[in-house]
Write a protein that binds this ligand. Structure first.
Ligand code: SF4
Length: 280
């Protein structure tokens, strides 16, 4: 709470995203109301009843601090009608409920369930979230974003090496660099990949806004309706590791990495040409 208070009081900070399980957000709204704070509260039905959760998030919704509620729909026991009921229950209170897939087992969903899950968001968001082929994409993580662990270790993002320790010394990157991973499981990609930078600022608010609009247009906006099962499977299929890609393409790993760096340089030139920044 004290750290948040410092951020709220800092003139250079105008947007603070807070991800929470919702357990103390009503207190937060009472003690530290600020239009800078944007909440994303995840609903865990195994830990809290819907009524109790709603009671807490309603307070933040009325305070104008809640951007969205999140719900992770795991593949086992996926229940379409129950998910639709939850989406409606929140929507009736003016709350957008995001239905997230399980990062760790995207391939485990039945096809019909995955189709339903995908249909609840725009195609660009769905493909970006699931495939997210980031190898060679220029990413500003390590420059304008870092991940700080409990022991003070600072990383570019959760997938990368440490840049030092907060209590000793940290070497931030000098500029945005190509991502060296085939895919990104970090939520930060929305804000740090230069190809998404336009949507990066106030990214949570913008995500909710475009996907709320998308859902309003359903079933007409259901882009999955035109796709055969094979295409859905392609979207869900995770990108191959760099090594596997090299084997499949029958090129040396080093060549693939050089290719990624060239691709990144091209993206960076394009962004610079459009007047984009690499840091903020
Ligand atoms: S795209 Fe994701 S994995 Fe790659 S460097 Fe950026 S945050 Fe890390």
């Amino acid at each position: 709470m004290e750290f948040l208070r410092l951020l709220v009081e800092c003139d250079r900070v105008d947007y603070i995203r807070v991800d929470s399980n919702g357990s103390t957000v009503d207190r937060l709204a009472g003690e530290l109301w600020s239009p800078k704070i944007h909440l994303m509260c995840t609903f865990h039905p195994s830990q809290v009843t819907l009524d109790k959760f709603l009671e807490r998030v309603d307070v933040t919704q009325q305070a104008g601090m809640l951007d969205m509620v999140n719900f992770v729909a795991v593949p086992r026991g996926y229940n379409k009608s129950e998910i639709d009921r939850l989406v409606r229950a929140f929507a009736e209170r003016g709350i957008f409920m995001n239905v997230a897939y399980d990062f760790f087992q995207p391939g485990e969903y039945r096809l019909a369930d995955m189709r339903h899950l995908l249909s609840l968001r725009t195609r660009r968001d769905a493909e970006f979230t699931l495939k997210c082929e980031t190898l060679g994409e220029v990413c500003a993580a390590g420059v304008s974003y870092v991940e700080i662990e409990l022991d003070g270790s600072v990383r570019r993002c959760r997938q990368t090496r440490t840049l030092g320790n907060l209590f000793e010394h940290v070497d931030l990157l000098g500029q945005a660099e190509p991502c060296t991973f085939p895919t990104c499981n970090c939520i930060e990609r929305y804000t740090q990949l230069l190809s998404w930078r336009g949507a990066g600022d106030r990214h949570l608010t913008q995500y909710v806004s475009r996907n709320r609009e998308h859902r309003r247009g359903l079933p007409e906006t259901d882009w999955t309706a035109e796709l055969g099962d094979g295409s859905i499977q392609q979207i869900v299929k995770p990108p191959l590791s760099v090594r596997a890609q090299a084997l499949e393409l029958k090129v040396p790993l080093s060549k693939l990495r050089r290719r990624a760096v060239r691709k990144a340089a091209k993206v960076a030139r394009g962004v610079a040409g459009r007047g984009g920044k690499t840091t903020r």
